[in-house]
Design a binder for this molecule. Structure first.
Ligand code: MG
Ligand code: MG
Length: 267
């Protein structure tokens, strides 16, 4: 079922989104050669808790019967050929790496919880022209998807716009992981693929809140999960980028609830 959030709900999701945006902005200041991914995770967790939020990802999911531990971090940190769901740890960032920081923030209000979800990929120090292009292309594909996130459009208009933007590059669009509804829970209906046929799928409604999150590989689209049961990597070892925003569908058009460029989220 797809929930239509009220204006009041969206106000709370925006509040979670602002905490998240500030936490990412703060953490991004420390992305440099020599720091470990665990140190970055610690910075993000401290920031979120300091602002009265909860790190949504910490302790989530997992299936002990299949040997899958709950996710241990505040951030999913995915470096280079890691696509999503990388676990923060002792890895030391190197000049020229690219790193995706994916974060969820939960706040409690009105006797329920409100969740925002957002990710950004950046370079560590100086990166190659090809990596720079990959990051720009993936980020702009997210913007193309957001443009389609409007009342009356169809759900797969979003993925069609993302796919059309990436396709000329020949890069791989990850097909096994999707955007999703978000707001009361981290993952809600509907699934929002990063590909699709324009003019198909359910009509988008006022009050839907969607996390759009294109994942784009320099090589082909094949991915698999490492033995840690979480980290998703490209099967050909090529680098991958990931950008994500939580977007509310309103009568005034799409509102990005996790913007990092507003004055009030600068740190
Ligand atoms: Mg995310
Ligand atoms: Mg997400």
């Amino acid at each position: 079922m797809i929930y239509q959030k009220t204006k009041n709900d969206i106000d709370h999701i925006r509040k979670a989104g602002r905490i998240l945006a500030r936490a990412l902005n703060r953490t991004l200041q420390e992305v440099k050669p020599g720091i470990t991914t665990r140190q970055l995770d610690f910075i993000a967790e401290e920031w979120i808790r300091g602002e009265g939020g909860l790190p949504t990802f910490k302790g989530i999911y997992g299936d002990p019967s299949r040997g899958i531990p709950p996710f241990p971090g505040t951030l999913c940190i995915s470096v280079n050929e890691e696509v999503v769901h990388g676990i923060p740890g002792i890895r030391v960032l190197q000049e020229g790496d690219i790193i995706s920081l994916d974060c969820g923030v939960t706040i409690k209000a009105n006797g329920r919880q409100y969740v925002a979800d957002s990710a950004v990929t950046v370079g560590v120090g100086t990166i190659s022209d090809e990596d720079t292009y990959l990051l720009e292309l993936t980020d702009t594909s997210l913007a193309k998807g957001i443009e389609q996130t409007r009342i009356g459009n169809r759900l797969y208009d979003i993925g069609a716009a993302i796919e059309a933007h990436i396709k000329p590059s020949g890069y791989g669009i990850v097909r096994e992981y999707f955007g999703h509804g978000v707001g009361y829970q981290l993952h809600e209906d509907p699934m929002v693929p990063n590909f699709g046929r324009a003019g198909t799928g359910p009509r988008l409604k006022n009050g839907w809140v969607l996390a759009l999150e294109p994942m784009v590989n320099l090589g082909d689209d094949a991915v698999h999960t490492l033995d840690d049961a979480w980290t998703v990597v490209t099967s050909d070892g090529a680098r991958s980028a990931h950008f994500e925003h939580t977007v509310a569908i309103t009568e005034d058009g799409p509102e990005i609830l996790t913007r990092r460029d507003l004055p009030e989220v600068q740190v």
